[in-house]
Write a protein that binds this ligand. Structure first.
Ligand SMILES: NC(=O)c1ccc[n+]([C@@H]2O[C@H](COP(=O)([O-])OP(=O)(O)OC[C@H]3O[C@@H](n4cnc5c(N)ncnc54)[C@H](OP(=O)(O)O)[C@@H]3O)[C@@H](O)[C@H]2O)c1
Length: 259
């Protein structure tokens, strides 16, 4: 079942998603029995922390490792078995053991030009991400998931979209057994850090998203559910690109189960 082929949410889409929700639970159970391990890069960020929460809630991996530049503190007992690897991203080769032995990898790493400057943005969003993917591949990872962006294009004249496209393409060359690229539009979330441009953008997009729900934005929780649902689905596709519409569809399955 390919996320990319899902249409917009019509009645038939909802039926399909309901069926998928039941199937997803069965698939979760299947994955649990396989005792697979995963790692998350960027677990301190908005997507990463929500993804970690969802993975823990669904108990689909027998071992969960978060790889980041600082140690995180969790109050909740549910996080007690999470393994933390603190690495220096400027010397990632020295931390190759952190990337050893994970079946599935999720990369939610990223910064912005406003925060890190142009060179800093390229360093994190392209170089750190690619190096991490290389180490993960060398360490035995078979399914690599990249949170990229809507409009990613290595030929784009916009730096952000070009860098996202370049890293997508470079990771494809690593030849993972399975490589999933998520291309979400603007993430609708209550971000801890204050980002003025994002706040303005989100405010403008709220009314638009009622009319065109999948065009310009996506709730963060939907992205995370799509990542988890996709990870439990079997796929014979080596490379999957999930555009914003497909993320909405795939992320909706669990939402329907809860109703
Ligand atoms: N925001 C959007 O609307 C949007 C839309 C589409 C795609 N995306 C993409 O989706 C991905 C995740 O976005 P997000 O908003 O969830 O990210 P976020 O909240 O900004 O979190 C980014 C993560 O990257 C880490 N990071 C940043 N700079 C780093 C550095 N110099 N060294 C090591 N780690 C660093 C952060 O660690 P610390 O906590 O230690 O800083 C954090 O864990 C990004 O690639 C982003 O470009 C975002």
């Amino acid at each position: 079942m390919q996320g990319v082929s899902f249409p917009l949410r019509s009645d038939s889409q909802i039926t399909l998603s309901s069926r998928m929700a039941e199937d997803t639970e069965k698939l979760c159970e299947g994955l649990r029995k396989e005792n697979k391990s995963c790692f998350i890069l960027g677990a301190s960020g908005e997507t990463g922390k929500e993804l970690l929460k969802e993975i823990i809630k669904n108990r689909i991996f027998s071992k969960v490792t978060i790889i980041g530049r600082r140690k995180l503190t969790f109050e909740d007992e549910a996080y007690k078995d999470v393994i933390q690897e603190v690495v220096d991203f400027e010397k990632l080769d020295e931390y190759s053991s952190a990337f050893q032995g994970h079946d599935v990898g999720f990369c939610c790493l990223g910064t912005t030009k406003a925060k890190s400057g142009e060179a800093g943005f390229i360093r994190v969003d392209r170089d750190y991400v690619l190096k991490s993917a290389q180490l993960a591949k060398a360490g035995g990872c078979t399914h690599f998931n990249l949170e990229s962006s809507k409009g990613a294009n290595k030929c784009s004249s916009f730096l952000y979209l070009r860098v996202k496209g370049e890293v997508e393409a470079a990771i494809e060359q690593l030849d993972f057994d399975r490589y999933t690229i998520f291309r979400p539009a603007v993430l609708m979330c209550d971000r801890e850090e204050y980002r003025l441009a994002e706040r303005i953008f989100q405010k403008v997009l709220i009314p638009i998203s009622y009319t065109f729900p999948t065009a310009f934005s996506v709730p963060l929780t939907t992205v995370v559910r799509a990542m988890v649902n996709n990870a439990v689905l079997n796929s014979d596709k080596k490379v999957e690109i999930l555009e914003n519409k497909a993320i909405h569809a795939l992320g909706a399955a669990q939402e329907i189960t809860k109703k």
